[in-house]
Design a protein around this ligand. Structure first.
Ligand code: ADP
Ligand code: ADP
Length: 229
């Protein structure tokens, strides 16, 4: 069971003016295994909110509760969270296998365990035949799959994705969308997905959080959000 509570979360960046909040009074209860999509125009605070959940930004005010535990002050590495970014951030000199294994190696997992986890992720993502390649020898979609693989091997119950498809061409975006939805089914993760693309939000979300200028405008199912009068 993984539930996330964002209780009246605010963010003001250190260099911002006193009353200039990037995120204001963000309030949301994320249910176990739910697929939440944050949608809204550039600059409305989606990334900031996601980064606060990951611990990559401090929370100015409010509480982050994961499974009933207060997490505001937990170090990122101690949060049981996997994050996928827009720029895949792969190591160009390493093979696909080593890219996926890197974090596990740092954590001193033994070799067999690493191989088992990477092989599993590769299988789920259709990368088994590409494990020996370097990122330069992959397509954009394959690179984004490797980035997903690095998140999968972490075995985290929470997935945070920040515009993971926005660097891909339109056709690939559509197929990767389906792939991420399938992964969510298969891995049973509680997922928060950030996008400015309404179609992505509509096709992937259990619930959509519509943001504007740092504030939550609406929370609802795709039907409620996009078919409301
Ligand atoms: P989105 O993800 O919806 O595009 P962001 O969360 O990136 O929005 O940004 C929300 C607001 O916070 C914007 O006004 C942006 O300029 C500001 N902001 C983002 N990152 C920083 C930062 N590191 N320092 C100061 N302001 C920032
Ligand atoms: P890598 O990012 O290459 O996997 P590490 O696993 O050592 O390297 O990660 C460095 C820091 O970033 C750690 O605090 C780790 O918890 C965090 N981290 C690494 N990968 C992810 C990820 N996919 N999602 C969230 N945090 C991550």
């Amino acid at each position: 069971m993984v539930e996330i509570d964002l209780n009246h979360i605010y963010k003001r960046y250190a260099n911002a003016e006193e009353d200039n909040y990037a995120v204001s009074d963000f309030d949301l209860h994320v249910k176990d295994k739910e697929f939440i999509v944050f949608v809204g125009p550039s600059g409305c605070g989606k990334s900031t909110t996601l980064r606060m959940i990951a611990g990559l930004e401090d929370i100015t005010k409010g509480e982050l509760i994961i499974d009933g535990k207060y997490e505001n002050d937990t170090a990122p590495k101690d949060r049981n969270i996997a994050m996928v970014f827009q720029n895949y951030a792969l190591y160009p000199h390493m093979t696909v296998f080593d890219n996926m294994a890197f974090g596990l190696k740092l954590r001193k997992y033994d070799k067999d365990k690493i191989k088992e986890k990477v092989d599993y992720a590769a299988k789920v993502l259709g990368l088994t035949d590409y494990l020996d390649r370097k990122p330069a020898a992959l397509s954009g979609g394959q690179r984004q799959r490797v980035a997903l693989g690095r998140a999968i091997v972490r075995d985290a119950p929470i997935f945070l994705m920040d515009e993971p498809l926005s660097n891909l061409d339109a056709k690939l975006r559509v197929s990767m969308r389906a792939e991420i939805a399938r992964l969510h089914q298969e891995l049973h993760t509680t997922t928060i997905y950030v996008t400015h693309d309404q179609t992505e939000a509509m096709t992937m979300a259990d619930r959509i959080v519509v943001m504007s200028m740092g504030e939550v405008q609406q929370i609802g199912t795709p039907k409620e959000v996009y078919e409301s009068p």
